[in-house]
Write a protein that binds this ligand. Structure first.
Ligand code: AMP
Ligand code: ZN
Length: 453
């Protein structure tokens, strides 16, 4: 089966050919940890988790390295710490813990490596010095800047010339920049800002720019040139364009990554999500009302490159469809294999809407085992009890289950089969399986129940 991926760099869907099939390498820009992850942030996490699972399926679980970083040096983090009067570490530590808990609920696998920017300052400084040495960067007023004009093909990813970018840029140009498009690799730190000894013999202490963080971490964990680099579409320019410029110029290579993938944006009930509009929703808040798997399923209903309109109506529909699939696929939950058509659809640039159509087709064909295998392959538990958010072990639920079982036995005693079946379905929805049989000791008919997990 061939894997095809849309490459932002060439603006085409291309057949994927890894540099080394023994070690397929992917880097995805992770969160800047100053606040709860919002549902837009969850999109690349879920989308690239599906790709990670697919790559593991195709090349073998031990032959894929997935790096998703944590940006824990950023001015937004400093601002948040100052605002709350707490240390920077206090902000990043609690945000990282929350982030991990939130995305675990979304059924996301851990990446192979999750590097933190603060643990790679040495690599960043070394890369900055290489860039200066090679004539691609310069020191000015205790900053180090990347010189865009030192590169003859800057702008390939966003497909714009430097002239077009300059015309579009409204930023005020700092006096120390030689060229308006030059960007910061290192900057001096003020009072209360995180600071390290600077590279290039700069006397004041400072901190790295955002773009160099990813270039250095990708190089350290994946090498100079690797297979796939991903993130949201907002990162194409300037972040990814600048990562490419830094990495290629520092290493003298033609590429940083061969395939560049970008997920589309998510908006809420038809509007751009923003704090000022009051429609900013965090994953954490959503998880109070919806099982994580419903959020995941809703996210994958739309193809990853299309914009998503995130609505309550959509979530309700996702919940219903997922519950229907779980109800019929329950008993095959341990079935690990995805249906080949599902792998084929995902291999077509992660065509998840097509996967959904295949699942419906499998349902019509009564192939529940393939539904279970395909859903669990894509990160779903296929566990009705979990989906219904019930802790079946709790005493109250046990009482309810016993009452339902008695009501069902009473209905059967009256030959009311419709009612008996309805109750059985209700129990199945709760993740309960019934077994009817004669008690060998008393010779009486009785029903035992067990939780399907
Ligand atoms: P940030 O923490 O802002 O650097 O963003 C982390 C990731 O979330 C990046 O890959 C962004 O492109 C992505 N992202 C942020 N907002 C949205 C959104 N509304 N829709 C989709 N992706 C987003
Ligand atoms: Zn990045």
């Amino acid at each position: 089966m061939t894997l095809k991926l849309y490459n932002t760099l060439t603006r085409k869907k291309e057949e994927f050919a890894p540099i080394d099939p023994e070690n397929v390498r992917m880097y995805v820009c992770g969160p800047t940890v100053y606040d709860f992850a919002h549902i837009g942030n969850a999109r690349p996490i879920i989308v690239f988790d599906v790709l990670f699972r697919l790559l593991r399926q195709i090349y073998g679980a031990d032959h894929v390295t997935y790096v998703r970083n944590i940006t824990d040096v950023d001015d937004k983090i400093n601002a948040r710490a100052a605002e709350e009067g707490v240390s920077i570490n206090a902000v990043t530590d609690r945000t990282i813990k929350q982030f991990h808990a939130d995305i675990k609920a979304l059924g996301v696998l851990e990446p192979s490596v999750e590097p933190r920017a603060t643990e790679h300052i040495g690599e960043m400084k070394a890369m900055i010095e290489d860039l200066v040495e090679r004539g691609h960067a310069y020191v000015a007023e205790d900053h180090v800047l990347f010189s865009v004009s030192s590169m003859d093909d800057y702008g390939l990813l966003s497909n714009r010339t430097v002239e077009e970018m300059e015309a579009g840029a409204r930023v005020e140009v700092a006096a120390y920049k030689r060229d308006a498009m030059d960007f910061v690799l290192w900057k001096p730190s003020g009072e209360g800002e995180p600071a390290w000894d600077s590279p290039c013999k700069i006397p004041t202490r400072g901190r790295p720019g955002w773009h160099i963080e990813c270039s250095a971490m990708a190089d350290k964990h994946l090498g100079e040139v690797f297979d796939i680099h991903g993130g949201g579409v907002d990162l194409v320019f300037p972040h990814h364009e600048n990562e490419i410029a830094q990495s290629r110029c520092a290493h003298g290579t033609k590429a940083m990554a061969n395939v560049w993938m970008h997920n589309g944006f998510l908006q809420v009930e038809g509007e751009k999500m923003s704090k000022s509009l009051g429609n900013f929703i965090t994953v954490n808040e959503l998880l109070k009302d919806w099982p994580g798997e419903v959020l995941r399923f809703n996210m994958l209903k739309t193809h990853y490159r299309q914009p998503i309109d995130w609505t309550v109506k959509g979530l309700e529909e996702a919940h219903k469809v997922l519950r229907d699939f779980y109800t019929i696929a329950q008993e095959f939950r341990e079935e690990p294999a995805p249906h080949w058509e599902v792998v084929e659809a995902l291999s077509d640039d992660l065509n998840t809407p097509w996967v959904r159509a295949i699942l419906s087709k499998l349902k019509k064909e009564n192939d529940f085992k393939s539904i279970a295998g395909s859903l669990s392959f894509m990160g779903f538990s296929v566990d009705l009890a979990k989906l219904n958010g019930q802790d079946i072990s709790d005493a109250e639920t046990t009482v309810k289950i016993d009452a339902l079982i008695h009501a069902r036995l009473a209905a059967r005693a009256e030959n009311n089969w419709a009612e008996a079946d309805r109750i059985r379905d209700e129990l199945v929805e709760m993740g309960i399986q019934l077994k009817d049989g004669k008690n060998p000791e008393t010779g009486m008919m009785e029903t035992i129940w067990e939780i399907k997990r």
